[in-house]
Design a protein around this ligand. Structure first.
Ligand SMILES: *Cc1c(COP(=O)(O)O)cnc(C)c1O
Length: 405
């Protein structure tokens, strides 16, 4: 396209009308693993799909444009995108990571650091003095993830980038929760953005994929080289589906967010709910940062129930429109219990330290009708409150035993 368009228009029009053979409006899917040479010593633009593929390139170009980066690389998963970004590190380099990062990210960082591939410190990045004292002369990369999961803490990207620049360190931001519709980290000073495109970007819960977008062309070329070398580039069909999802990202995000705000208001007013976590709330401790660096608050939220564990189980069992599943960002609403699902790998002490109690619930608000979602929550919360312990003899005996302990 010759002119600069809004992200909404750019996402819709990405790659349209590029087919020269038949004039297809939607760019075709190239599944071929390899491409002929025109003649001996005469390679074409593509030779082998691990290193380059036209369908995958359409998605990479579109995402780079939406994040305002110089280059985009599409990978097989969000985790492989994170692994790819780590290729900027050499043994002896130091990585600063968030103390509350995504579980798979934490596992990858910790296990690679244990093998000596780099040094690592986990820091609460809202604690500026902790961040400053963690910065060392060999700090090469600061990893940022905002908002965090599942408590939606928000970290100040601009501020972290300014501190990183003092040590010539790079900053990478995992932008999965907001997508470029609601946050553009490169514009705030970051060098690298990563996505699990599995979530909002594809948006239909039928692809696992990832992306790395770089501010500089040089870093993009270096990481594209590594993606081919490691063999972690994304599959063409996945790229095709993800580009199809991307075209509606803007309208989805806007609707997701509108519904989320109404659900937040409803939850705040329900007597079974003790606390709601969403950056849109003026009472959220990082609300002012969210207002500053985000153009929307996203549609993942969490809340604590003032209910017993059996009542919480009753709440889950009465829901009809929220699927009990991990992941987020799809058209369908999802609900999860972090303590036993997404964060089950943490031990009790670590979980409590992170603020993840047993009464914490996380939801990803989908695109079902707002009033129907709220009615479903209301019904399940009301039923859970009314739930009473069955008075069977065996049950009360068990209770007595457990009270005695
Ligand atoms: C899901 C997720 C990942 C991991 O992505 P996969 O596509 O599952 O490999 C990384 N970061 C965040 C914030 C996520 O939500």
């Amino acid at each position: 396209m010759t002119r600069n368009y809004s992200n909404q228009t750019a996402a819709i029009r990405a790659g349209l009308e590029t087919d020269e053979q038949f004039g297809a409006v939607i760019p075709p899917l190239y599944l071929s693993s390899n491409y002929t040479f025109e003649g001996l010593g005469q390679p074409r633009k593509y030779d082998y799909t691990r290193s380059g593929n036209p369908t995958r390139d359409n998605l990479a170009t579109a995402l780079a444009e939406l994040e305002q980066g110089a280059a985009g690389i599409i990978t097989s998963s969000g985790i492989s995108a994170i692994h790819l970004a780590l290729q900027v590190l050499n043994p002896g380099d130091h990585l600063i990571a968030p103390h509350d990062c995504y579980g798979g990210t934490y596992r990858l960082f910790t296990k690679l650091a244990e093998r000596g591939l780099f040094e690592i410190d986990y820091v609460d990045q809202n604690d500026e003095s902790a961040l400053k004292s963690a910065l060392k002369s060999n700090t090469k990369l600061i990893w940022v993830e905002t908002p965090s999961n599942p408590l939606l803490r928000v970290y100040d990207i601009k501020n972290i980038c300014a501190l990183a620049k003092q040590k010539q360190a790079l900053v990478a931001v995992d932008n999965t929760f907001l997508s470029p519709v609601h946050q553009q980290p490169l514009k705030l000073g970051a060098d690298i953005v990563v996505h699990s495109t599995t979530k909002y970007i594809n948006g239909h819960s039928d692809v696992v994929g990832g992306a790395v977008i770089t501010k500089s062309k040089e870093l993009g070329e270096e990481l594209a080289w590594w993606a081919n070398c490691l063999g972690i580039t994304g599959a063409p069909f996945d790229s095709y589906l993800t580009l199809r999802g991307l075209r509606t990202l803007h309208v989805r995000q806007q609707q997701h967010e509108q519904t989320a705000k109404k659900v937040v208001a409803f939850l705040l007013g329900h007597s079974a709910v003790d606390r709601v976590y969403h950056p849109s709330l003026p009472t959220h401790p990082n609300h002012h940062i969210a207002v500053e660096q985000q153009s929307g608050f996203g549609a993942v939220l969490s809340f604590e129930l003032g209910l017993t564990q059996p009542q919480i189980a009753a709440f889950f069992s009465h829901l009809e429109l929220f699927s009990l599943a991990e992941s987020l960002g799809g058209v369908e609403s999802l609900i999860c219990h972090p303590a036993t699902m997404t964060h089950a790998a943490m031990d009790d002490a670590a979980r409590l330290k992170a603020g993840i109690r047993n009464n914490l619930i996380r939801v990803s608000i989908g695109l079902e009708q707002t009033e129907e979602l709220i009615a479903d929550l209301r019904n399940a919360l009301d039923k859970a409150k009314q739930w009473v312990e069955p008075q069977s003899a065996s049950h009360s005996e068990i209770n007595e035993v457990s009270h005695a302990i």
